[in-house]
Write a protein that binds this ligand. Structure first.
Ligand code: NAD
Length: 323
């Protein structure tokens, strides 16, 4: 199979490229990435250098590059996006351009080039926020209620993908996943930022009261879920993906502190982010029961692996911070 991965120099994309080249060595893999501040060739240097993937630098909004790259592909796995909520609050326009217009450009090219399979990687943030004292969870029938420019742009891209299935018969699927963690995540995000600051002897800043709850998944498990949806998912369907690890931010930081043998005096509370979603929780019964997917590791084991990775790969964080 000829597989195109967009956004493969980013956090999840780079993990997916490592995963895919290991699990599907017979496939020819191409990565299309603009290399924004969030894209790092260092994360995929080994698999580019040994010829397991072809790398093309380009913008998913650029029709010419996209149609040339999409030609001859059997599968498109679409991850390229602007993905940081804080940045979407200060500069929403680039989120609309990449996440909405970029997705549209890819969908058009997929139709024109008769691509057999399109998979769109999305987020649980499109469903908005749940209250801390409810047991409610998002599922595939939950209404979209995005609350930040980031989640609004991802919601728009999900709607476009569905419209291309219904209107033009594109063979597409969508997965909406919770918060990922693992190797190669930009140090602006909660887990790598906390580990990096603590290793430098600094305090970890936590928004508000630290009680906001997220549903965490190890990135490698997200990659296997994407693979499962592509091989066994049904055309036009959406699958929610979760590691079933609902944790408040403060509890998460406490677990990192324990792994580093440090105390809670290393936490510093700071002013909350505007529109900060309180709780995300996912009911992922559909992907587990219909497609037989399940995650490979428990949360604490995956967190330990992640902390060890950042300890061993300080050079990677330094490179990313320099960029
Ligand atoms: N990180 C999470 O916890 C999470 C959870 C659920 C869903 N997602 C979704 O997964 C996808 C990947 O997320 P991530 O955390 O790896 O993001 P990331 O920010 O780490 O990586 C995004 C990648 O896209 C590239 N890119 C950005 N704009 C581009 C453009 N115009 N053209 C081509 N490439 C461009 C960047 O260079 C980067 O390599 C996103 O679609 C995101 O919405 C992320």
């Amino acid at each position: 199979m000829n597989v195109l991965v967009t956004g493969g120099a980013g956090f999840i994309g780079s993990n997916l490229l490592h995963y895919w080249s290991r699990e599907h060595p017979e496939d020819r893999i191409t990565c299309l990435d603009k290399l924004t501040y969030a894209g790092h060739l260092e994360s995929i240097r080994d698999i580019i250098d040994d010829g397991r993937i072809e790398f093309i630098r380009g913008d998913i909004c650029d029709e010419r590059i996209v149609s040339e790259t999409v030609k001859g592909k059997d599968i498109i796995i679409h991850l390229a996006a602007e993905s940081h909520v804080d940045r979407s609050i200060s500069a929403p326009d680039v989120f609309i351009r990449t996440n909405v217009l970029g997705t549209l450009t890819l969908l058009e090219a997929a139709l024109k080039c008769d691509v057999g399979r399109f998979h769109h990687v999305s987020t649980d943030e499109v469903f908005g926020s749940l209250s801390l004292d409810s047991n409610e969870k998002f599922n595939e029938d939950t209404c979209y209620r995005p609350r930040s420019p980031y989640s609004a742009s991802k919601a728009s891209s999900d709607h476009l993908v569905r419209a291309y299935v219904e209107t033009y018969g594109l063979n597409a699927t969508i997965s909406n996943c919770g918060n990922n963690f693992g190797p190669f995540q930009h140090p602006e995000k909660l887990i790598p930022r906390s580990i990096a600051l603590l290793l430098e002897g600094k305090k970890v800043p936590l928004y508000g009261d630290g009680l906001n709850v997220r549903d965490w998944i190890f990135v490698e498990d997200h990659c296997s879920a994407i693979d499962t949806v592509i091989s066994r998912g049904k055309r036009g369907e959406t699958y929610l993906v979760s590691g079933r690890n609902e944790l408040s931010n403060i509890e998460l930081v406490r677990r990192i502190l324990r792994l580093l043998d440090m105390g809670e005096d290393r936490i510093e509370f700071i002013r909350d982010r505007p529109g900060h979603d309180r709780r995300y929780a996912i009911d992922d019964t559909k992907i587990r029961s219909e497609l037989g997917w399940h995650p490979s590791r428990g949360f604490d084991e995956a967190l330990r692996e992640t902390v060890d990775w950042y300890r061993r790969n300080k050079w990677w964080c330094e490179k990313v911070n320099e960029a």
